[in-house]
Ligand binder design. Structure first.
Ligand code: SF4
Length: 363
């Protein structure tokens, strides 16, 4: 489909995808196996064509607030896992309110409220509900929550309090690999929380890691697993070994595989939100990810913020350039523009009314 194709043939591939062509596993295998630079650029070209058809040159921006780095879990890949002897913080409600007031002045479309599975909030969900209410009250913006697995009742209460989006990454839909990554956590409970949220008024985001024990077959299992959940946003991130974790000494792959998977996600989920995270390679990495077919910039943090990211490529750097002004300046140099808030609200309103269809046999 891509190898040996000229640009006219690539335009035809993009058109077929726009008109509803579904990729087979053989197509996915072909795309994920590409390793010549020229072929990979062709894959990105088709992905951009498809993205531009649905979104033009408009990009969405999410602000990232990591308000508690405490966690009761022990994910093998994560810097914040409970066994890692690191300095942690938890913001109180006044600090979160002040942060929300600052965010209101930034040009962003949604606030992402992230925490580890912190027992302070998980055992007393009303504390988290207060956080959501406060941020909604101060910003009036759509809110994404990334709190880990929460029960159905709490998810409903959070939604009533102003949460619009649930981000809950499976990391992999390959169950054997899941056991090694999300040590001691239920695969099904995680999947259920996303499904429940999707059927009860939320938009949902699923995500996978690459470069950590996933070969092409395992990646295809994950891509198909994500597809079954009908998510509104789909993410892939390159595994980065983190100091003090069991996977600290695993060597890090380049972002090549992530960029290919972003393009494949665009071809599988043509009209969905796909992020270019600033958390891995900063603003230069954002450009590569947008050129691979992404249409959302995530992990925007004000230049004067001392809060954590998740992977934190800039943990050791004195200056960060992940504020919305730097992002918008770079977007414009690429011929792209921030979308309007109305554009974003329309997308989440439309997606919130499309429930997951449960196959009859499963009823
Ligand atoms: S990935 Fe999330 S749940 Fe797992 S250890 Fe890190 S913060 Fe906790």
């Amino acid at each position: 489909m891509i190898k040996n194709a000229d640009y006219q043939a690539l335009d035809t591939v993009a058109e077929k995808i726009i008109n509803g062509l579904e990729l087979t596993d053989d197509n996915l295998r072909e795309f994920l196996s590409l390793n010549e630079e020229e072929d990979i650029q062709k894959l990105h070209y088709v992905a951009r064509k498809v993205r531009d058809h649905f979104f033009g040159n408009r990009v969405f921006l999410y602000s990232f607030v990591y308000f508690s780095t405490y966690c009761k879990n022990n994910c093998a890949f994560c810097y914040y896992n409970r066994c890692n002897k690191i300095q942690r913080y938890r913001l109180d409600l006044d600090e979160i309110r002040r942060l929300a007031q600052a965010i209101k002045k930034e040009s962003i479309h949604m606030v992402d409220l992230t925490m580890g599975e912190d027992p302070y909030f998980h055992n007393y969900p009303e504390r988290f509900i207060d956080v959501v209410k406060t941020v909604k009250e101060e910003t009036g913006l759509p809110i994404m929550i990334s709190p880990g697995v929460m029960d159905d009742n709490t998810l409903n209460r959070l939604h009533e309090s102003g949460a619009n989006f649930l981000a809950l990454y499976q990391e992999t839909h390959d169950k054997e690999l899941y056991r090694k990554l999300r040590v001691g956590q239920s695969f099904e409970e995680r999947k259920h929380a996303r499904e429940f949220a999707r059927n009860n008024g939320y938009c949902v985001e699923d995500g996978i890691l690459t470069g950590v024990g996933n070969d092409i077959d395992s990646t295809i299992i994950s891509l198909r697993g994500m597809q079954k959940g009908n998510p509104d946003m789909v993410r892939v991130m390159t595994f980065v070994p983190q100091e003090g974790t069991p996977l600290e000494l695993v060597s890090q792959e380049s972002s090549l595989s992530e960029l290919k998977i972003i393009s494949v996600l665009r071809l599988m989920f043509p009209d969905k939100l796909i992020p270019a995270s600033l958390d891995l390679e900063g603003i230069d990495g954002m450009v590569h990810r947008l050129n691979a077919g992404a249409n959302v910039v995530t992990s925007i943090i004000s230049s004067d913020s001392s809060l954590e990211g998740v992977v934190n490529y800039d943990r050791e750097l004195e200056e960060r350039d992940r504020d919305s002004r730097s992002v918008i300046k770079r977007l414009r140099s690429m011929g792209m523009e921030p979308a309007s808030q109305d554009d974003f609200n329309r997308i989440i309103e439309k997606q919130q009314v499309t429930p997951i269809l449960v196959p009859v046999a499963a009823l």
